[in-house]
Ligand binder design. Structure first.
Ligand code: SAH
Ligand code: MG
Length: 213
């Protein structure tokens, strides 16, 4: 079955986060396809678990694990005073953002906790200690060139042949959004190591079909 379970879809629609429903459904289709490889599916950029729900639903269907990486302190544009700041996810004791509690509640309410391993830390640091092959790498973390490039270089080498690289917030026109995700998308295309599948708005899906990245 390709569509998310009704409970998962309802939980996704309710969850705090940044993925619109039509892109979410495309993301879920990619995750279902990749999960058939029998390998873990990895997300960079958990935030409050919105897209994680769809990854976890796909993982459950195939009996694999969804991995999701985030330091839970928020990206640059989510800090106080910036466009995407949400004061309800600030830890008052520490005075910094902490999206981990909201993520945990969201995943629990969706009934998907047992299908997810949350990796709390900086993406490049987690990537350096990660050893196994992955069926899917979803890049939706920091949107500066530094972060997007580190996510690409850290995780794509772990992507199995036949696995899917999914990148969110790819905007070819700078008027529509920041260019860092677009630049790593171009890098993947120009590497010759991927075959691109049908895009859905800013969500790009590429299958690893060759050597090199
Ligand atoms: N996928 C989410 C949105 C992610 S927002 C959704 O669908 O709603 C981007 C997230 O990336 C933020 O939570 C931020 O904390 C995280 N992030 C940014 N840079 C990071 C880094 N270098 N390592 C780990 N997480 C990072
Ligand atoms: Mg995004």
């Amino acid at each position: 079955m390709t569509a998310p379970a009704p409970d998962s879809l309802a939980a996704f629609e309710k969850a705090k986060g940044f993925m619109p429903v039509h892109e979410g459904l495309a993301f879920h289709r990619a995750a279902v396809e990749a999960a058939a490889l029998g390998l873990p599916l990895l997300e960079v950029g958990t935030y409050c678990g919105r897209s994680t729900i769809l990854l976890a639903d796909a993982a459950r269907g195939a009996g694999v694990t969804a991995l999701t990486v985030d330091h839970h302190r928020g990206s640059e544009e989510q800090q106080p005073g910036w466009e995407y700041h949400d004061p309800s996810v600030v830890d008052p004791e520490v005075g910094l953002m902490d999206t981990l509690p909201t993520f945990r509640r969201t995943l629990h309410a969706a009934g998907l906790e047992e299908h997810v391993v949350a990796l709390v830390g900086r993406s490049p640091q987690v990537a350096r200690v990660w050893g196994g092959p992955l069926g899917l790498v979803f890049i939706d973390g920091g949107h500066t060139d530094e972060h997007a490039t580190a996510d690409y270089e850290g995780w794509v080498p772990h992507l199995a042949q036949g696995g899917l690289l999914v990148i969110h917030d790819v905007f070819p026109d700078p008027a529509d959004g920041g260019q860092a995700p677009y630049r790593i998308y171009r890098r993947a295309v120009e590497s010759g190591a991927f075959t691109e599948l049908v895009p859905t708005d800013s969500l790009r899906v590429l299958r690893r079909t060759g050597p090199g990245i």
